[in-house]
Design a protein around this ligand. Structure first.
Ligand code: HEC
Length: 111
């Protein structure tokens, strides 16, 4: 009897619901939002264009605990950027859906 309780507890601990919260970002959702928002005209995943590669952004923020907050602001609000010596407005995501923006930011940071 005792043994089976221990067994059941162990099974719960090992196969418990821990994975749901930190599941990998949704790649297709992130790509759709990037395309709809025209982000890819200036960015690519691993090559510098007018803007830095997303892999370089992920590298820059690797140890920054504020990364998600900083980048959520960066892609949600207009900020000036300089491209070839000219000041322009940086792109903004074409959604107000916080979950989609959060997914996009985490997807960028996962590179
Ligand atoms: C007109 C070209 C252009 C477009 C369009 C554009 N970006 Fe950028 N992006 C840049 C440039 C240039 C930088 C570098 C800014 C700097 O470091 O001052 C940048 C930087 C970034 C960064 C890094 C910010 C940081 O703090 O290092 C992220 C993340 C980013 N862009 C995401 C996006 C997303 C998401 C979109 C679409 C909504 C987008 N960009 C659209 C040019 C662009």
């Amino acid at each position: 009897m005792k043994l089976s309780i221990i067994g059941a507890t162990l099974a719960l601990v090992l196969c418990g619901p821990a994975s749901a919260a930190d599941k990998a970002p949704d790649e297709a959702g992130a790509m759709n939002l990037l395309k709809a928002s025209k982000c890819m005209t200036c960015h690519s995943i691993d090559k510098k264009k007018d803007g830095p590669a997303y892999s370089a952004v992920a590298e820059k923020y690797r140890d920054d605990p504020e990364a998600v907050a900083t980048l959520t602001d960066w892609v949600s609000n207009i900020h000036p950027v300089e491209i070839d010596g000219e000041e322009e407005d940086h792109g903004v995501v074409k959604t107000k859906d916080a979950a989609k923006i959060d997914n996009l930011v985490k997807w960028i940071l996962s590179h």
